[in-house]
Design a protein around this ligand. Structure first.
Ligand code: ADP
Length: 153
């Protein structure tokens, strides 16, 4: 099973659309194994978006990510990183395809509702950035035989 990080950005929290987004992941069959509310600091934002700190639009990212709390989630599933990335859609919400989260929930390049890990390696790094061992929950999912065939697990 793979794990991936989802950040429901402040724009999602303030707009009151986090329930709808979480519901899409649940319906897909991804398992929530950690979830918490979190307020970004300048330092954490610079660490998380270190690949963008030199871009002219970085101050907009910082302001947006610190504007209100975010909701952080770890989702688990077979190929979870790629599945969630497909569900996310293109970075610019105006170009994201309908049916994707960004395509259905936003009109902005920046205020684009979610961050999702873009590779298995980055997912590990990003989960360690925000969660510690005691944040994760283990529980049975009795319907897993109906979510996956036996040779997929
Ligand atoms: P993604 O979130 O799709 O993985 P990136 O890692 O490239 O995309 O960018 C991180 C975040 O920075 C984006 O989700 C978006 O909020 C913001 N961003 C990226 N590029 C731009 C841009 N050209 N203008 C404004 N915001 C941007």
């Amino acid at each position: 099973m793979e794990r991936t990080l989802i950040i429901l950005k402040p724009c999602s929290v303030v707009r009151g659309i986090t329930g709808g987004i979480i519901s899409r992941f649940e319906k897909k069959g991804l398992k929530i194994v950690a979830l918490k509310m979190y307020r970004f600091t300048k330092e954490k934002c610079a660490e998380h978006y270190s690949h963008l700190v030199d871009k002219p639009f970085y101050p907009i990212i910082e302001k947006s990510m610190m504007a209100a709390p975010s909701i952080l989630m770890c989702l688990e599933g077979v190929d979870a990183v790629e599945v969630v990335r497909q569900m996310t859609g293109s970075t610019n919400g105006r170009k994201a395809l309908p049916g994707t989260l960004r395509g259905d929930y936003c009109m902005s390049h920046q205020e684009n509702v979610v961050h999702t890990s873009d590779s298995v390696e980055n997912a590990r790094i990003e989960l360690d950035r925000f969660f510690s061992e005691e944040d994760y929950f283990e529980y049975d999912t009795p319907l897993s035989d109906f979510l996956y065939a036996s040779d997929e697990l």
